[in-house]
Design a protein around this ligand. Structure first.
Ligand SMILES: C[S@@+](CC[C@H](N)C(=O)[O-])C[C@H]1O[C@@H](n2cnc3c(N)ncnc32)[C@H](O)[C@@H]1O
Length: 270
């Protein structure tokens, strides 16, 4: 099958968006939700874009990208999803060639979104204090690196985000952006702010208002300007059975308050 697929990875996609990642290689594999089979034998004679039946499931063979990789990721800690990741990426100007620090890395939810837009010229430094979380994050990131056409230089530091200044400087001279998703983000702002270039941005992911307020104060105390603080609200709509479209019944769930601050030059003494 000449499929042009990346690193032999393919996704079998259900019509509702659920997807199963598999590698086209000989040998039996067990795919959760699909069962046991030899992927090479199963795909014999099929191409990308074809519909295939696996057990009772009717699936489309597609090239996997970020959404398929995320649907198949292992999860340990709570992950930052598309709603907040997309907003942070755009607001902070993260893109090809960016130098970004993120932590806690957890299962790599945010890191996967970041890696997707940074290209091979980008540098992504992830920090995680707990080994068991770092292992899950590493597994997810390694698989994503095989799925995406380009992947940034990625460094995973196992350690405390409040003590990583010199380690970060070894990987890149300065940062364009830093995103902090740990229980007490305000405590590490004084360590992270000096690593940013002038104009670089620092974001905190804060599930509660008390965290948001403390981060706001800590960012200002470090001389940063708060550019945006607030919450992204997502409301999905559905097609009604009797015609028309309307908001769905899924409740609007709170994820976190976001705070984005920018590094500016210090004021001259009067
Ligand atoms: C909510 S999870 C992060 C989720 C991740 N951002 C994602 O999108 O998947 C918070 C993580 O921060 C880690 N953590 C807590 N304090 C830390 C610290 N001081 N330095 C580094 N990691 C820390 C925890 O072990 C946990 O894995």
């Amino acid at each position: 099958m000449d499929d042009g697929s990346r690193g032999n990875w393919l996704a079998l996609r259900e019509d509702d968006g659920r997807a199963y990642l598999l590698r086209r290689a000989p040998g039996e594999v067990k795919i959760k939700g699909l069962g046991r089979f030899d992927a090479e034998e199963l795909l014999e004679g099929y191409s990308l874009g074809d519909r295939i039946k696996v057990g009772q499931k009717s699936l489309t063979i597609v090239n996997p990208s970020l959404p398929e990789a995320r649907r198949n990721m292992a999860r340990r800690a709570q992950v930052i999803g598309a709603k907040d990741s997309g907003f942070l990426i755009s607001w902070m100007g993260i893109g090809i060639g960016s130098r970004v620090l993120e932590g806690g890395h957890g299962s790599g939810g945010l890191a996967m979104h970041l890696a997707n837009v940074m290209g091979s010229k980008g540098t992504l430094i992830s920090v995680e204090a707990r080994t068991e979380h770092a292992e899950v994050g590493r597994m997810n990131m390694e698989r994503l690196s095989e799925v995406l056409p380009e992947f940034p230089k990625w460094h995973l530091i196992e350690g405390d985000m409040g003590k990583i200044g010199s380690l970060v400087m070894e990987k890149c001279e300065e940062l364009d952006a830093a995103i902090i998703d740990i229980a007490e983000p305000w405590g590490v702002i004084p360590e992270v702010e000096p690593l940013l270039r002038a104009g670089g941005r620092l974001a905190c992911y804060c599930p509660t208002t008390a965290q948001l307020e403390r981060c706001w104060e800590a960012a200002q105390k470090s001389g940063m300007i708060v550019e945006w603080a607030g919450e992204m609200i997502e409301r999905r709509w559905v097609k009604a059975s009797k015609g028309g479209v309307r908001p769905g019944n899924t409740p609007i769930g709170h994820t976190a308050f976001l705070l984005i601050s920018a590094k500016v030059a210090t004021h001259e003494e009067e």
